[in-house]
Design a protein around this ligand. Structure first.
Ligand code: HEC
Length: 166
């Protein structure tokens, strides 16, 4: 995120220098002045949901580091079959949040990000219905993960998981 902002600021600075130069040139040139340089539209805000590539890479490494792949499948990356496959996590999460089962559970998430965070930190708030080999078992998903992972690792992990299935 910081890099993006820096990058934008940097490009804007370049533009400002270029615009300044062309104004100076115009002023000295005399004669028929060309159309004044058009002010470009404001730089559009970065897509808030876009996860930078380096965060995705870090999130993947953390996924492996904490053994998530032992229980979860992600195509081409992980083959666990104890918990739900995570390939379509983003859309699955949206459906779950909207479901009556979720609404009557202890789950409190209203966004996909909150749902993923809750699934990791408070896995029993809502237990997913279907796992690869039958109904999902309660209490099998790591229970004390919040004591094991640092905040920054958790953010990268969630950032990566948010890219699955969208
Ligand atoms: C020992 C097996 C096991 C491990 C290890 C494990 N999980 Fe799970 N996970 C499960 C099971 C079983 C469920 C479904 C039951 C539930 O919702 O609690 C689940 C559910 C989830 C869900 C919700 C999925 C959905 O479709 O809504 C997410 C997200 C998740 N796990 C992420 C992780 C991450 C990230 C790690 C590593 C930090 C991890 N899990 C480690 C077994 C595991």
């Amino acid at each position: 995120m910081k890099n993006l902002r820096y990058d934008k600021g940097f490009r804007y600075a370049l533009f400002a220098i270029a615009a300044g130069l062309s104004l100076t040139l115009t002023a000295c040139g005399g004669g028929s002045a060309p159309e004044p340089t058009k002010v470009p539209p404001a730089v559009p805000a970065a897509e808030p949901t876009k996860v930078p590539a380096e965060v995705v890479e870090r999130g993947k490494a953390i996924f492996n580091q904490y053994g998530c792949q032992a229980c979860h499948a992600i195509q081409g990356f992980a083959e666990g079959a104890v918990g739900p496959a995570l390939d379509n996590l983003y859309t699955d999460a949206q459906k779950i949040i909207a479901s009556p089962e979720y609404k009557s559970s202890e789950g409190r998430a209203t966004t996909v990000e909150e749902y993923i965070r809750e699934s990791i930190l408070n896995p029993n708030a809502f237990v997913v219905a279907q796992c690869p080999t039958g109904p999902c078992p309660k209490g099998v998903m790591i229970q004390n993960f919040k004591d094991q992972i640092s905040d920054s690792d958790l953010e990268a992990l969630i950032g990566y998981l948010m890219t699955l299935g969208r």
